[in-house]
Design a protein around this ligand. Sequence first.
Ligand code: ATP
Ligand code: DP6
Length: 404
Amino acid sequence: MSVYQATTSAPVNIACIKYWGKRDTKLILPTNSSLSVTLDQDHLRSTTTSRADTSFDKDRLWLNGIEEEIKDGGRLATCIKEMKKLRREVEDKNSNEPKLSTFAVHICSRNNFPTAAGLASSASGFAALVSSLAALYALPASPSQLSLIARQGSGSACRSLFGGFVAWEQGSLPDGSDSLAIEVAPQSHWPDIHALICVVSDDKKGTSSTSGMQRTVETSPLLQHRIKNVVPVRMEAIKKAILARDFDSFARITMQDSNQFHAVALDTDPPIFYMNDVSRAIIALVTEYNRVSVENGGMLKAAYTYDAGPNAVIYTPKENIKDIVSIIVKYFPQAEAFKDPFGLFGAQGVGEGGVVQGFNAAVAKPFSVGAVKGLIHTRVGDGPRVLAESETLLGANGLPKVVA
Ligand SMILES: Nc1ncnc2c1ncn2[C@@H]1O[C@H](COP(=O)(O)OP(=O)(O)OP(=O)(O)O)[C@@H](O)[C@H]1O
Ligand SMILES: C[C@@](O)(CCOP(=O)(O)OP(=O)(O)O)CC(=O)O
């Protein structure tokens, strides 16, 4: 008896031009195009196994070992249904193909980072779901075609079907068939883009992206200006900057767009605040680091960006990442030693951190341990990967394997 299954992993992406607002909430069609950097799966990833079997009586999904309900008409159900539809097309063309589209599936997924930490788990999660089903079903679909389905799981997930630098073209058709992700440049084009994720403590539950963005669409006049006049120009400018490996322009646009996204959140009625004092202090530190460079005749050296929460992501070329880690550690002492995946600091570690020459230390006050509860150093990465059979997350009985 053949076992029909596939395991894939998919990356997280963090936008430089933010998606914020839907023109169709069911199909998840955005009010503006967006652009992101895919982060390295060696550090952050969702891994998903999908198996089709005649003995399964219904579609089931486990996330980090806990079964999630697949609600009728919900996002998970929609993605699974759309993938089965593509499988049926393959079966209709070739009658020798096993009728996997008629079997129920068991899907088991794990995120190697905390799902609740606001690290875009829905993006890597739905990208891994769609790519594992695509591998299971041996679909001839391109990443852009798969992005149409991942988009219906979570908008930002469509961008995780590619590595490197990725645009989500908003499209204009009512059925959404032109609202898809395209690769602007692969990882290999600009591999020196590194990222430091500052995981900021956040006790209270914030406003979800899904509900927050709809409130913004309904109430913010600034969003209309952003959609019509700002994003189209920025999309073109940032694509040009990426193709030219022009970090100065890339950084300027990324910071401006993060700022405007948080401005439209504030322009929402009632207002939405995603950043906190820690987030704002990190902005002050990156701004000061850039000021020192520019005043010495240099260019912008780092760019901050924030999604729908207080965590900072700082993009910087590889050559500056040591400076950035040192500055952040100086102002935000860490409870645990900095995990140094690229071996920046050698055996002695980052210590108490420090600032570059000419840096005005008074731009922010030092915080106490725990204000930034963790630092993750990563870089631009590749798109979804198909993993070996041995990586399966499902046991012989079709249920999640017990992890040690
Ligand atoms: N590996 C996964 N496989 C399938 N679905 C997942 C996976 N990881 C996360 N999800 C889905 O995404 C949901 C979490 O998404 P949510 O949008 O609340 O958080 P986030 O992605 O961390 O934040 P944001 O989208 O605002 O950046 C989970 O409840 C689950 O439904
Ligand atoms: C601020 C953002 O991270 C918003 C992401 O929103 P989601 O993709 O999580 O929203 P839904 O489509 O409702 O699932 C910006 C971005 O990633 O572009």
